[in-house]
Design a protein around this ligand. Structure first.
Ligand code: COA
Length: 686
C-alpha cells in the first residue's frame, strides 16, 4: 500500500454484514460475550463454528469458506494458530476487513513475534484492513455494531475513542455508559500489526459524525506521518492524546504490555506540539476534555469569569486557573456597576462572590451579566449545597446561559450528589459539572488550548541559506566523533563561531595565537576525549608567550591528542546550549537551554522537532524558565535575541538536512547584546 495514501476504512467502520469466527454458545467464553454483542447488529450476522447450525438465533456455518460472499467484516476470536488460518480463509473469501481479538502475538514475545509477522503477511497478501491482534474490538454505535466482548456497549455520540489498551478501553466504555457520553467510534488498536493510529486518524478526520478524537497511546508507529497528519486534522477537529510510558518504569511497562517500545517523552511532547495534539496526563482529563470539546463552543481567549456563592471554592478555582495559565480579568465597568447595584453587600471582583444568600434570580442575573461581558471568554459557576437555591434551579440557569451565549460554561457543584433532576438538565444542555473546581478549570483550559491550536498561523517551512555542499564534504571527511576543530561545519551553515584554528605543533600554535589577540584559549583536539576540561584539555587566557609551553603540556596530558585548537579569548556573555538529538520515532530534535552548570543542574531545556521556523524557535527560546536572564533580568542587558533565534533556526536545518548527525552540542553559544558566537562544539555521526 502506498505509504501516504489513506486506507479506506469505510467497510471496517460501517460494515453491511458481519461474521464472528469463534462465536460460541457457551456462556462465560469470550466468543459468547462477543457474539451476544454482535448479534445486536442491524445487518446480517453470521457465526462461524463447526459445532452449531445456529447461535443466539443467528445462522452458523462450519467454516469461513461456507460464509456468503457479501461479508464486509470478520471478527476473529479463536486460538492463535486457528486465527491465522481463519484470517487467510477470510482473505480468500474476499473479506477485506477483520478484527483479531485473539491474543498471543507480539505481546507474548517468543514465537508470538513470528506469528504476528505471519499475520502481517496474510493481511498484505489479501490487502486486508486488520485491527489487532490482541484487540478488544470495535464499536460503531450508529451502525449498531458492538464487536467487543465488553459487558456494555456505547451510546452514539461525536467522540471517537482510540485505545492501545483493551483494559483501558473497557474502563472508558463503562465510564461513558454511566454518564451517557456517546461515541462516534470506539476502536481498540491491539498490537497495531496492520492498522495503527495514523490509519484511524486519517479515517476519523473524514468522518462527519466525529467531532473530537481522543486516544490512549503507548507509542506511535510512524512518527513523521503522525505529525503531518495531526497538523492537518487538528485544524478541524481536536485530537487529545494520553500517552503512557512517560517515565523509565512506565516505558518498560509499556514495552511489556503490547510490545510497544515507547519513544522518548520529550520527543512526544515536541511532536504533539508540532501536530497541534492536546496532550493530557490522566484518563479523567482525556475523557472530560473530550466531552467539553464535543459540547462547548470554543472561547475566543483565555479569560474566565467566575461566579460563585461559595467563597472558598472560588479561591480554589482562581488558583487552578492561574496554574492552567488562564486569566481572571477585571470585569468591565458596566458589568461591575450592575453587579454592585444588585449585590450591595458583596465583594464584586472576579471571582464574583454573590454571597451565600443569593436567590435563583440573583444568581441568574450574575451569570448572565458576567457571560455577556466582552472581557470574559468563558464562564465558570461554583456552588455548594445550599438552603436558598437548589442544584436543579442552578442547573436550569446554567442550561439557559449555555444556550444564550456562544461562550463555554462549566460548573463545579461541590457536593457528593447533585440529584437526578440537576444531572438530567445539565446533561441535556451539554453543560459539564464537576465536583472539583480544578477539574472544571482544566476543562476550560483544554478548550482554550484548542482554540490556540486552531488559531496558529501555518508554519513557515522555508529553508535557510547554507553552504550544504561544504557541510556534506566536511561530514564525509571527518568523524564519527567531531570536536571543536569542526566548528567550520557551523560556519558552512552561516553560524558565527569564535576565530581559531588547529595547530599540529607548538610553532604553529604560536603563529596562530599571534592573530587572535593578547591571550588565547587552547583546546586539545582528540576524537577520544569527550570532556576536554576534565582531562586537562582546555586552557583559558594563555598569553602569546606561553602558548608553546602550554601546547606541549597539553599533548603530554592527552596522549591521544592529534593537535591543539587555538581560539580567540572572548569576553564573558550569557552561555546557552543548542543541541540536536535524533529520536527513533520522530527524527531530529533541537534542544535549547541555558548553558554551563545550569543545563546540568536545573535541566532548564526545551525541545522541538527540527527543522524549525523562526516563530517556532522564538517559542522554544521563550519557553525555558531562565528566559528572563536572556532578556535582561536585574539590570543586565538583553542578549541579541534575533541573532540567537537565527542560530537556533540554522542549527535546526543542519539537523534536518543531515540525518547522519546523531547528536550535536553547541555548548556554549555565547550571547552578547550585539551578537552571538559559537565557542565549542561536539557531534556524533552515525
Ligand atoms: N473456526 C471456527 N470456530 C472455531 C475455530 C475455527 N477455526 N477454532 C475454534 N473454534 C470454535 C471453538 O470450537 C469454540 O467453540 P465452542 O465454544 O462452541 O466450543 C470457539 O470457537 C472458541 O474457541 P476455543 O478453542 O474455545 O477458544 P477460547 O475461547 O478458549 O479462546 C480466544 C479463544 C480468542 C478468546 C483466546 O485465544 C484469546 O486470545 N484470549 C484472549 C483475548 C484477549 O484478551 N484479547 C485482547 C483483548 S484486550
Amino acid at each position: 500500500m502506498c505509504p501516504n495514501m489513506p486506507r479506506d476504512l469505510t467497510d471496517l467502520l460501517y460494515p453491511r454484514s458481519v461474521a464472528v469466527v469463534g462465536a460460541s454458545a457457551t456462556p462465560g467464553k469470550i466468543g459468547h460475550a462477543l457474539f451476544s454483542n454482535v448479534a445486536g447488529f442491524t445487518g446480517p450476522v453470521y457465526a462461524v463454528n463447526p459445532s452449531h447450525k445456529q447461535i443466539l438465533g443467528r445462522p452458523c456455518v462450519p467454516t469461513v469458506a461456507d460464509l456468503p460472499a457479501d461479508v464486509d467484516l470478520a471478527i476473529i476470536a479463536v486460538p492463535p494458530a486457528d486465527a491465522l488460518r481463519a484470517l487467510d480463509a477470510c482473505g480468500r473469501k474476499g473479506i477485506r476487513n477483520a478484527v483479531v481479538i485473539t491474543a498471543g502475538f507480539k505481546e507474548r514475545r517468543g514465537e508470538g513475534i513470528e506469528r504476528e509477522r505471519e499475520l502481517v503477511r496474510i493481511a498484505s497478501a489479501h490487502r486486508m484492513n486488520v485491527l489487532g491482534p490482541n484487540s478488544f474490538g470495535l464499536i460503531s454505535p450508529r451502525a449498531r455494531l458492538n464487536a467487543t466482548f465488553a459487558p456494555r456497549g456505547a451510546f452514539a455520540g461525536t467522540i471517537a475513542f482510540i485505545s492501545q489498551s483493551g483494559a483501558l478501553g473497557s474502563a472508558v466504555l463503562n465510564w461513558a455508559w454511566q454518564r451517557e457520553v456517546g461515541f462516534s467510534f470506539f476502536v481498540s488498536l491491539g498490537n497495531k500489526a496492520v492498522l495503527a493510529e495514523n490509519d484511524l486518524l486519517a479515517a476519523l478526520a473524514r468522518d462527519p459524525e466525529t467531532r473530537v478524537i481522543a486516544a490512549y497511546l503507548e507509542g506511535v508507529e510512524d512518527g513523521p506521518e503522525f505529525v503531518r497528519l495531526a497538523s492537518e486534522v487538528t485544524r478541524d477537529k481536536p485530537v487529545l492524546v494520553l500517552k503512557a510510558g512517560t517515565t523509565e518504569v512506565g516505558a518498560r511497562a509499556a514495552a511489556s504490555h503490547t510490545g510497544a517500545l515507547a519513544g522518548s517523552d520529550r520527543a512526544y511532547d515536541a511532536a504533539f506540539r508540532r501536530g497541534g495534539v492536546l496532550r493530557v496526563r490522566t484518563v479523567e482529563e482525556l475523557l472530560e476534555g473530550a466531552v467539553a470539546l464535543s459540547q462547548q463552543p470554543l472561547p475566543r481567549g483565555r479569560r474566565v469569569g467566575i461566579v460563585s456563592n461559595a467563597g472558598g471554592p472560588a479561591i480554589l478555582a482562581a488558583d487552578a486557573a492561574a496554574d492552567e495559565g488562564l486569566e481572571l480579568p477585571p470585569l468591565s465597568p458596566g458589568t461591575v456597576a450592575s453587579l454592585v447595584e444588585r449585590f450591595p453587600a458583596a465583594n464584586i471582583a472576579n471571582p464574583v462572590d454573590i454571597l451565600a444568600d443569593a436567590s435563583a434570580d440573583q444568581f441568574q442575573d450574575a451569570v448572565e451579566w458576567v457571560l455577556a461581558d466582552p472581557k470574559v471568554d468563558m464562564g465558570l459557576v461554583l456552588t455548594a449545597p445550599h438552603p436558598v437555591l437548589t442544584f436543579a434551579e442552578l442547573a436550569r440557569i446554567l442550561a439557559a446561559a449555555h444556550r444564550r451565549h456562544a461562550k463555554p460554561v462549566v460548573a463545579s457543584f461541590l457536593a457528593g450528589e447533585i440529584g437526578d433532576e440537576a444531572e438530567k438538565i445539565l446533561s441535556a444542555a451539554g453543560v459539564s459539572a464537576y465536583f472539583e473546581p480544578a477539574r472544571a478549570v482544566r476543562a476550560l483550559a483544554t478548550l482554550a488550548r484548542y482554540r490556540e491550536v486552531q488559531d496558529r498561523p501555518p508554519p513557515d517551512r522555508s529553508t535557510v541559506d547554507a553552504d550544504r555542499a561544504q557541510a556534506r564534504e566536511l561530514l564525509g571527511s571527518r568523524g564519527p566523533r567531531l570536536g571543536v576543530e569542526s566548528l567550520d561545519l557551523l560556519t558552512a551553515y552561516g553560524i558565527p563561531v569564535a576565530r581559531g584554528g588547529v595547530a599540529r605543533g607548538p610553532d604553529e600554535a604560536e603563529a596562530l595565537a599571534q592573530d587572535l589577540g593578547e591571550e588565547v584559549v587552547l583546546k586539545v583536539v582528540s576524537a577520544e576525549v569527550v570532556h576536554k576540561s576534565d582531562a586537562g584539555g582546555v586552557r583559558i587566557g594563555v598569553p602569546g608567550s606561553g602558548v608553546r609551553d602550554v601546547y606541549r603540556e597539553m599533548v603530554r596530558a592527552v596522549p591521544a591528542a592529534t593537535g591543539v585548537y587555538v581560539q580567540e579569548l572572548l569576553p564573558p556573555g550569557e552561555e546557552v546550549i543548542v543541541g540536536i538529538v535524533r529520536d527513533p520515532t520522530f527524527g531530529p530534535l533541537v534542544m535549547f537551554g541555558l548553558g554551563g552548570v545550569l543545563v546540568e543542574v536545573l535541566e532548564d531545556v526545551a525541545f522541538a522537532l527540527a527543522p524549525l521556523s523562526r516563530g517556532e524557535v522564538e517559542e522554544l527560546v521563550r519557553s525555558i524558565r531562565g528566559f528572563p536572564l536572556l532578556e535582561g533580568a536585574r539590570g543586565r542587558p538583553s542578549v541579541h535575541l534575533p541573532a540567537l533565534v537565527e542560530v537556533v533556526e540554522r542549527i535546526s536545518h543542519l539537523a534536518a538536512d543531515f540525518p547522519q548527525i546523531q547528536e550535536l552540542d553547541v555548548n556554549p553559544l555565547l550571547c552578547y547584546p550585539d551578537r552571538v558566537v559559537a565557542v565549542d562544539f561536539r557531534a556524533t555521526l552515525g
